[in-house]
Write a protein that binds this ligand. Structure first.
Ligand SMILES: Nc1ncnc2c1ncn2[C@@H]1O[C@H](COP(=O)(O)OP(=O)(O)O)[C@@H](O)[C@H]1O
Ligand SMILES: [Mg+2]
Length: 308
């Protein structure tokens, strides 16, 4: 992934209003060539709405959107984009193969490509069975196969593991990682943090229509903090806040979390002990994306405003 490569998706100030509902509220988003980008947020956050706009299914209320250098929905953009938004629609009485044949004909894709994509999603053995006999996981994989027919540079998948059982989820995650490893650019949405952490290179966290943070997953994994148990807890908190700054110290369940490098543990301990505070536990931990997600999507709205 080169830093100078032009973004495949460039979104600024994207807004979509439904009556009184701001489904998408001023979202900025950049997806770079070759990355797997995860759009992460709870149900109702605005993920599907944003992806519908990016695939040209609906028009934004305001904002600018560039996909593969053009406007979403333009023929030459659609030709290079594959997508699966919500559950894919197929003819139940036709086989997976025949469903793909219909789509391939419409998209003017050579027949040989159908077998390639069936193999990619591991459906070759069941390709001649009726769609209606497929498990949910197989249906979703056929949806991904359909999205891949045109051999697109950009693949947009809306909650691709939604409703799947654990084995189906594992297969789908593996498939998406393979697409990414293949040099394809993937933009997916999910409400499952662990999933995004496993699959994606970068993650944008959306909550109530707003993008509240954007992170490189590797960096996030690497972020460390100190976990401290001390009494009295409130004094410990104020002492540390005084010494390290308010942004650095958070109360989390019954522990204090301090965002400093682990080699500052001795210094932190000394500050507490000198203030007459009893420290019963002090250890370093990797700050999981889960904590960040939780912090960003569930803290009080007035605190959310000053994040990222
Ligand atoms: N067609 C629509 N008409 C009215 N409201 C909608 C429509 N689509 C989505 N919304 C609302 O927009 C918000 C975001 O929805 P959605 O994009 O589906 O979120 P997500 O995919 O993150 O679960 C929700 O409050 C939803 O009810
Ligand atoms: Mg959705």
């Amino acid at each position: 992934m080169s830093e100078t490569a032009a973004p495949l998706v460039e979104v600024t100030g994207l807004t979509k209003r439904y009556g009184d509902t701001l489904a998408v509220d001023g979202v900025d988003l950049t997806v770079l060539p070759g990355e797997v980008y995860g759009f992460l947020g709870p149900n109702g956050a605005g993920k599907t709405t944003a992806l519908r706009i990016l695939t040209g299914l609906i028009a934004p209320t305001s904002g600018t959107v560039r996909v593969l250098g053009g406007a979403p929905g333009q023929a030459q953009v659609l030709a290079r984009t594959g997508s699966m938004i919500e559950s894919p629609a197929f003819y139940p009485y036709l086989s997976g193969l025949d469903n793909l044949r219909l789509l391939a004909e419409y998209a003017e894709v050579p027949r040989a490509r159908i077998h390639e994509v069936l193999a990619l999603v591991d459906l070759t053995d069941r390709a001649r069975d009726r769609f209606s006999t497929y498990s949910l996981g197989m249906k979703q994989r056929l949806g991904v196969a359909a999205a891949l027919l045109k051999d697109p540079e950009l693949v947009i998948l809306d909650e691709p593991t939604n409703g799947l059982d654990p084995a189906g989820m594992r297969d789908m995650r593996r498939l998406i990682r393979e697409l990414g490893a293949d040099g394809r650019t993937v933009l997916l949405s999910s409400h499952l943090l662990g999933e995004v952490q496993q699959i994606c290179d970068r993650v944008g966290i959306i909550s109530q229509g707003k993008m509240v943070a954007e992170h490189n997953v590797e960096e996030l994994r690497g972020q460390q903090e100190l976990v401290i148990r001390a009494v009295p807890r409130e004094s410990a908190r104020s002492v540390l806040t005084e010494a390290l700054g308010a942004d650095t110290v958070h109360l989390y369940d019954d522990t204090l979390r301090v965002k400093v490098a682990p080699d500052r543990a001795a210094e932190v301990n000394r500050v507490l002990v000198e203030a007459g505070i009893a420290v019963s536990e002090l250890r370093s931990t990797e700050r999981a994306l889960e904590d960040v997600f939780f912090e960003l999507t569930t803290t009080h709205p007035e605190e959310k405003a000053d994040v990222g």
